[in-house]
Unconditional design. Structure first.
Length: 162
């Protein structure tokens, strides 16, 4: 299963790059060197990355790249359907590669900040049944569980949330 998802991620990346090229062409947007560095950095990270994390990494390639350039590029990727913005309870906006055909939810560790994706078809089915019972048409949703990851929960002094 893990190797199937790896191939799928690679195919998704190829598709997202084609979508980005098409989006930029439709909008008449130029592909500058700074944009290319930011986009490649984002594709390397792929999941749950903040603007600050992207900025730190891109500055190792080009110290002239500023926060505003990273912000505008990530906004472009979000507007173009290449990246999804995620806002978790820590107050930071994080970005992940968009995947229209794949829905996942998140487990978020309140101690170390680790974010783990998960899929559970039974939760999805239950949500659909609840919505149907109430005559509600779901357009999109997010499911986030906050707690302690396995590593933080295993630490004796961190085993309990206050």
């Amino acid at each position: 299963m893990a190797s199937e998802r790896h191939v799928s991620k690679r195919q998704d990346t190829t598709r997202l790059r084609r979508n980005l090229d098409a989006y930029m062409a439709r909008r008449g947007l130029r592909s500058t060197e700074q944009r290319r560095i930011i986009i490649e950095t984002f594709f390397t990270f792929g999941e749950h990355v903040t603007l600050d994390q992207i900025l730190e990494r891109v500055r190792s390639s080009d110290s002239r790249i500023g926060y505003a350039t990273v912000y505008r590029t990530m906004k472009m990727l979000s507007d173009g359907g290449i990246a999804n913005e995620r806002k978790f309870a820590d107050g930071f906006t994080r970005y992940e590669l968009a995947d229209d055909g794949h829905h996942h939810d998140h487990l978020i560790c309140v101690q170390c900040g680790r974010i783990q994706e998960f899929e559970e078809p039974r939760i999805e089915e239950l949500q659909e049944r609840v919505a149907e019972r109430h005559g509600f048409r779901v357009m999109h949703h997010k499911h986030e569980l906050y707690g302690l990851c396995r590593q933080c929960a295993a630490k004796p002094d961190r085993a309990r949330v206050t």
